[in-house]
Design a protein around this ligand. Structure first.
Ligand code: BES
Ligand code: MN
Ligand code: ZN
Length: 523
């Protein structure tokens, strides 16, 4: 019997009808700097209040013999910060239209974050106004400030469009040109400090936005291998189910066993600091889909649980940002990956599992699964690396998102001296934190009657009890911080310079800056 036509047919069918996986991922918008104002097409121009046009605005105004000033007067544009006005360009400029962006008062010294927000605001306005984002000229002859605007613009141009089949909705911005007073200096500053952070955020958002039929533990690993392949000083280790059983990771194994898509623990080392220097270890919750398991969730919002791997994605994204800068520091990112599904093989409420630490855990709710995968991730990270600092990133509790909403991620620690540093860094970078309590009562609330601890319980529904559970698997002497990003990891509304629904990649800006300020270039 001839089977090859059948084989060929099935091959063609799989190629054509394989789901979403075939859609191409976008790549980050490229940023170019130039010293030349464009002489055709459109332009984005930043101007100050009180008729202050700034360097590039003045250039255009002179060229058009006051035409720009006149056009602004006619429209009564006030140039208040983050406002905009579209005008027809004065003839002499050769340009078509100018999108004016208000920069506020010239005398007001703005922070990096505000310049980033202005760049992002401009990119988003422009994307809605024109088919492509045109060149952008702000009156910023300081290298750093121009680079901050570019960073905001690069992130502001993000869109997750790969599943649109309508070409018009797919509009991809390949690059954005930023006009600067010093092309070489701005380019090198951008490459050195900011481009890897923007790329990291881009990739993290892309992975987190994917549905759970595309991103599951093994494909999460494959995707990050791909992103990290050109970065130096990286080693990747991946534990599969058999490895987990070998080293007694009973907690993550238990969460993963209900799924057809087996769990993984991905460990990425970036060792570019002093040899033997204790690394910073980032451990992220990587639940690629959280149905709740046998303790099944309510259907209406369940689809959001494709984002339940955001902590793991941000841990890897932070490592990408730091490693991409070639920073002199040791960082390890651990992604604790599993899909939480109900099935005949799923774990049950009441089951008792033994974690890698040897501590036994009674499962009270299979929906408190994040803390279970992190129990093994934390124990492994703590004991294997003796970290200088261990940080958890996790969409851990609904309680966290109810407490501080979209504005702050609750922060928990047993090392209170770390609090001001983290809060301060949150304010500077825009990934804002709020310090929450963690005391003996929270640890009492998770003591179990017939096992060492339980993962939930009548007195342990909150974010603090979740934090206490995580802390149970980290030595008290290890500086440890837990960020519960359940409320901030994704959103449907505008987020400063990331105005696109979905993942926010929370934590990357914060932790990249934190590591730079407190751990790099140690003598
Ligand atoms: N992934 C959820 C937490 C979550 C809920 C994140 C809503 C973002 C939005 C987590 O696994 C969970 O289900 N937590 C439970 C814990 C409880 C059973 C102790 C919760 O918060 O209700
Ligand atoms: Mn859950
Ligand atoms: Zn979860």
């Amino acid at each position: 019997m001839k089977t090859w036509p059948l084989l060929l047919l099935s091959l063609i069918l799989t190629l054509n009808f394989s789901p979403a996986v075939a859609n191409k991922n976008s790549s980050p918008t490229q940023i170019n700097f130039t010293q030349q104002l464009p002489t055709t097409g459109n332009l984005i121009l930043g101007v100050y209040t009180d008729g202050e046009l700034g360097q590039f605005g003045n250039q255009i105004n002179r060229q058009s013999e006051g035409g720009l000033q006149h056009a602004i007067k006619t429209t009564e544009f006030k140039a208040e910060i983050k406002s905009s006005q579209l005008i027809t360009a004065p003839k002499a400029t050769g340009l078509a239209q100018i999108l004016l962006i208000g920069l506020g008062e010239k005398s007001a010294e703005q922070s990096n974050l505000v310049w980033q927000e202005l760049g992002g605001y401009a990119a988003q306005k422009a994307a809605k106004t024109f088919s492509q984002i045109p060149s952008m000229a702000f009156d910023v002859n300081h290298t750093n400030t121009t680079a901050q605007v570019a960073f905001g613009a690069q992130l502001g141009s993000y869109a997750f469009t790969k599943y649109y089949t309508d070409k018009k909705r797919q509009t991809i911005q390949k690059n954005i040109t930023i006009v600067t007073a010093d092309e070489a200096a701005t380019t090198s500053h951008y490459k050195q400090e900011l481009s890897s952070v923007a790329e990291a955020i881009w990739y993290t958002r892309d992975v987190s936005n994917e549905p759970a039929n595309v991103i599951y533990p093994a494909s999460f690993v494959a995707r990050w291998r791909q992103y990290l392949k050109d970065i130096k000083n990286i080693t990747i280790k991946v534990f599969d189910e058999a490895d987990m059983l070998d080293i007694n990771m009973g907690a993550i194994y238990g969460v993963g066993r209900g799924s057809q898509r087996p769990p993984r623990m991905m460990v990425v080392e970036y060792m570019n600091g002093k040899k033997g220097d204790a690394p910073i270890v980032l451990v992220g919750k990587g639940i690629t889909f959280d149905t709740g398991g046998i303790s099944l969730k309510n259907p209406p919002n369940m689809w959001n649980m494709k984002y339940d791997m955001s902590g793991a994605a941000s841990a890897l994204g932070t490592l990408y940002a730091v490693a991409g800068r070639g920073a002199k520091v040791n960082v390890v990112a651990i992604a604790a990956l599993a899909e939480n599904m109900p099935s005949a093989n799923a774990q049950r409420p009441g089951d008792i599992v033994t974690s890698m630490s040897g501590k036994t855990i009674q499962i009270r709710s299979t929906d408190a699964e994040g803390r279970l995968v992190l129990a093994d991730g934390n124990y492994y990270g703590d004991t294997k690396y003796n970290p200088a600092l261990l940080i958890n990133l996790a969409t851990l509790t609904g309680s966290a998102s109810r407490a501080t909403g979209k504005d702050y991620a609750p922060m928990f620690t047993r090392h209170d001296e770390l609090v001001p540093q983290f809060i301060e860094m949150g304010k500077l970078t825009g990934d804002q934190l709020w310090h929450m309590p963690l005391n003996d009562n929270h640890f009492k609330a998770i003591e179990a009657d017939i096992a060492d601890v339980m993962n939930s319980g009548p007195d342990a529904p909150g974010a603090s009890a979740g934090a206490a559970f995580l802390a149970t698997f980290v030595r008290e002497t290890t500086p440890w911080v837990h960020l519960d990003i359940a409320g901030v990891a994704w959103g449907s509304n505008a987020i400063p310079f990331k105005d696109s629904p979905g993942s926010t990649a929370f934590g990357i800006r914060l932790l990249n800056a934190y590591i730079k300020a407190h751990h790099e270039n140690k003598p």
